[in-house]
Design a protein around this ligand. Structure first.
Ligand code: FAD
Ligand code: NAD
Length: 476
């Protein structure tokens, strides 16, 4: 007899595994099907995020930042380390240990919540049946029955014909986490989030990094005042970011990759030892559902869903990177929780207006809500308060007095419309603005909130004060 569930989740990334846990918490009999095989050849939960995304990239960012500070910044405090060196295989092994610990942790959580982890490729046959096949042979092993299905199959790196991957010299973001030595010359196609984060890692360790970005504008979805400041800082660090650069071809020899690209100045050639292709990600829907299942894709290849993540097929939901919206782990997790609660009969929704973005470079870039350039394109009247970290005591003591906090509020109601931070610990500071916006706070609310001294969060407070030209520690 077929195994039968209340909910079957396909995909155990941060969207799927969180959905499965919430379903189980709500008393639903739950299974989660996942096909991930880690570099040790074993099945692993956690999807892209834990295995080859958020966690390993942040581990390498942390390691490279420690090294860079030790080598270049600690002297300002009188701390000298004559023999500082980097052992790349040990750094990579540390990253692998952290990943293993966290992916094992998800397996423990599944056991604690009595969730069945089914290893294999899941395919939705119809709203009530999911087929599981062996990932190496492709043979169908089992069909499970279910009342509800959550599709959470994530995304995969986009590829480009002009620079096909060989997984040695030309790699995607996964390969960029596995270099066993510091490449002397590193090329990156795409100066987006992955390009900047991975470029920062290897630049701090000593690579000469060139980023070729097709667009003329740097980080167009970031508030322009901040993206300009970030670009200035990245250039100072040695990241060679070339905008308006379109790669037309690549040639590979045993020793190097030669790229041909065009920009407004004509045709150019660039030789590098390693090349990372980081030109975006695409939804992963391969073999995920049958035409009879009723699930449909939108014009960009994402699973078509409504505002409650419902697909066209009754009882079938889709969440995370495989549906519209930002490709961010926390966005997928929130959708997972909301869908679990909807299935259990509660009201639930995700507030897409208050999803924070973070780029974990140095300085970090973080934002929530509307940018000034987006507001300029509307009739919405707004006011802006900016406070620089150079005037923040804690940031100065940390030798991190670069960047700024920018708060945007509605000119009449004073309601917060956006918060933008480039600077130290922006990833943590943005949470305050997210909470404030979630509670529909005004700039005045933030300005009247007591912030501990001396903290980086005082820069958020001062930016809120600056909205009405009453920042204390800078001239208004
Ligand atoms: P995924 O994490 O992609 O998981 C999907 C899972 O489904 C996988 O385990 C896959 O094996 C499985 N699967 C797919 N199809 C099937 C099938 N048919 N049957 C069985 N299993 C299947 N986001 C952030 O918010 N913060 C960050 O700092 C961050 N850093 C990143 C760094 C890198 C280098 C990369 C590549 C991404 C990063 N992201 C980050 C993005 C983040 O990883 C994704 O947004 C997130 O993983 C999406 O979650 P998901 O659950 O939708 O999909
Ligand atoms: P991205 O969209 O952030 O950046 C891709 C960049 O490549 C863009 O600037 C694009 O203009 C450029 N590009 C596209 N085609 C090109 C071409 N042919 N030549 C030169 N440049 C080209 O995508 P990504 O950096 O690959 O990351 C994918 C997604 O993963 C991100 O959008 C984000 O959602 C997620 N992610 C998040 C984090 C984080 O939250 N810190 C970290 C990494 C990845």
């Amino acid at each position: 007899m077929a195994r039968s569930y209340d909910v079957v989740v396909i995909g155990a990334g941060p969207a799927g595994y969180v959905a499965a846990i919430r379903c189980a918490q709500l008393g639903l009999r739950t299974a989660c099907v996942d096909k991930w095989i880690n570099k040790q050849g074993k099945s692993a939960l956690g999807g892209t995020c834990l295995n080859v995304g958020c966690i390993p990239s942040k581990d390498l960012l942390q390691a490279s930042e420690y090294y860079h500070r030790l080598k270049h910044q600690f002297q300002a405090y009188g701390i000298h380390a004559k023999e500082a060196s980097i052992d790349v295989p040990t750094m990579i092994a540390h990253k692998d240990r952290i990943v293993q610990g966290l992916t094992d942790g998800v397996a423990t959580l599944f056991r604690a919540n009595s969730i069945d982890h089914i290893h294999g490729h899941g395919r939705l046959l119809d709203s009530k049946r999911v087929e599981i096949s062996d990932i190496s042979t492709g043979e169908a092993k089992e069909v499970v029955e279910t009342k509800h299905v959550i599709l959470a199959s994530g995304s995969v790196p986009a590829q480009m014909g002009e620079a096909p991957l060989d997984h040695e010299r030309i790699v995607d973001s996964t390969g960029a986490l596995e270099f066993q030595e510091v490449p002397q010359r590193l090329g990156i196609i795409g100066a987006g989030i992955i390009g900047l984060e991975m470029g920062s890692v290897w630049c701090r360790l000593g690579s000469q990094v060139v980023l070729l970005e097709a667009l003329d504008e740097f980080l167009p979805s970031v508030d322009q005042q901040l993206s300009k400041e970030a670009l200035r800082q990245f250039k100072k660090q040695g990241l060679d970011i070339r905008l308006g650069a379109r790669v037309v071809s690549s040639r590979k020899t045993k020793k190097q990759v030669t790229l041909n690209y065009q920009d407004s100045g004509g045709e150019h050639e660039l030789a590098v030892d390693r090349l990372i292709v980081a030109v975006g990600r695409r939804p992963n829907t391969e073999g995920l559902f049958t035409p009879e299942s009723g699930v449909a894709l939108d014009e960009r290849g994402f699973i078509d869903v409504d505002e409650h993540c419902r697909t066209n097929a009754p009882g079938v939901y889709a969440i995370g990177d495989v549906v519209r919206g930002p490709m961010l782990a926390h966005k997928g997790s929130e959708e997972g929780i909301a869908v679990a609660e909807l299935i259990a009969g509660s009201a639930a929704h995700v507030n897409y207006e208050t999803i924070p973005w973070v780029i974990y470079t140095e300085p970090e870039i973080a934002w929530v809500g509307k940018t000034e350039q987006a507001l300029k394109a509307t009739v919405e009247p707004y006011k802006v308060g900016v406070f620089p970290f150079a005037a923040n005591g804690r940031a100065r003591a940390m030798e991190a007095g670069v960047g700024m906090v920018k708060i945007i509020a509605h000119a009449e109601s004073d309601r917060l419309l956006g918060a933008h931070i480039v600077g130290p610990m922006a990833s943590e500071l943005i949470a305050e603005a997210v909470v404030a916006m979630e509670y529909a706070a005004s700039a005045e609310d933030l300005a009247r909130t007591v912030h501990a001294h001396p903290t980086l969060s005082e820069a958020v407070h001062e930016a809120a004060l600056a909205v009405d030209k009453r920042a204390v520690h800078r001239a208004n």
